[in-house]
Design a protein around this ligand. Structure first.
Ligand SMILES: [Zn+2]
Ligand SMILES: [Zn+2]
Length: 272
């Protein structure tokens, strides 16, 4: 199996900001030559917090059932059942492990910092062109470090998503990303180069025009520390099941990063 035949990140209509059913993603995956497709819907919470960007808690079974049905219908495709988990401090880590991963018999769980909680308990989402101060950026990095150290997650999604909120690459920003890269290597948790950013608009930052993420200098730091990466499309439409993956494979290749798509899929498939 080749790395380019594996995508471990896609969504469905259930999260309310994507379109397409599990079967429609599988159909496109087969057409586009993928051999492994991992579903990683945004995880819901029992109290349905953040419900505008995720399924209802009661829909988890429906989601899992749709994947089971697709497995029967697409035997030529290895379909992995997962969730892109948002960790909220209101729930202990045990909840994510026991109530989500184990109870639902998931093949994998990923996580990334879509938001952080500030000292007053306010929830702050990563936003494009938001000009976040260094201390806030640091909180996103610390969340990713916490997620890696938890030992729960198979890979970290878009560790550079907060780049969209940062004006310029500075020594301070480099140092924050350096800590993320060191932790990835120490904990053996790969980092995702996420292609969804390339399907979003190019932004005018004070330091120049670029996509919010992936942010090229981040992956140069990753290369310095020998980080392993997962390349994925983060598809929100069936036709994007391989969307922009060649662009992000190019980032990995340019920086000589070790891509573990196939290796990770093999491990997860056996475990599942
Ligand atoms: Zn995400
Ligand atoms: Zn996603």
């Amino acid at each position: 199996m080749e790395n380019r035949q594996v995508n471990l990140h896609c969504h469905t209509y259930l999260c309310k900001h994507a379109v397409g059913t599990v079967k429609e993603y599988c159909q496109k995956a087969v057409e586009q030559g993928l051999r492994v497709l991992g579903f990683s819907e945004h995880s819901p919470f029992p109290d349905n917090r953040y419900t505008s960007t995720r399924m209802d808690y009661t829909q988890l079974e429906l989601y899992c059932q749709a994947i089971d049905e697709a497995r029967a219908e697409f035997p030529q495709l290895t379909i992995l059942k997962g969730l892109e988990i948002d960790v909220d401090p209101a729930y202990p880590l045990e909840f994510y492990q026991k109530e989500l991963k184990e109870r639902l018999h998931l093949d994998f769980i990923s996580s990334g910092a879509h938001f952080v909680h500030d000292a007053d308990g306010n929830v702050i989402f990563a936003r494009t062109n938001a000009h976040y101060p260094l201390e806030l950026v640091r909180m996103f990095m610390e969340k990713n470090i916490f997620l890696m150290k938890s030992g729960l997650f198979d890979y970290i999604t878009h560790p550079d998503m907060v780049s969209g909120s940062i004006d310029a690459w500075t020594p301070e920003i480099k140092e924050l990303f350096t800590q993320v890269m060191k932790t990835s290597v120490e904990c053996g948790v790969p980092l995702e180069i996420n292609a969804y950013g390339y399907r979003k608009p190019i932004i005018d930052y004070p330091s120049g025009r670029r996509h919010a993420y992936p942010w090229p200098p981040v992956w140069e730091v990753a290369a310095e520390y020998g980080v392993s990466c997962v390349v994925s499309s983060d598809a929100h439409r069936p036709e994007d099941v391989f969307g922009n993956m060649p662009d992000v494979f190019a980032i990995a290749e340019k920086n000589h990063l070790r891509c573990v798509n196939a290796e990770l899929a093999a491990q997860l498939g056996i475990r599942g």
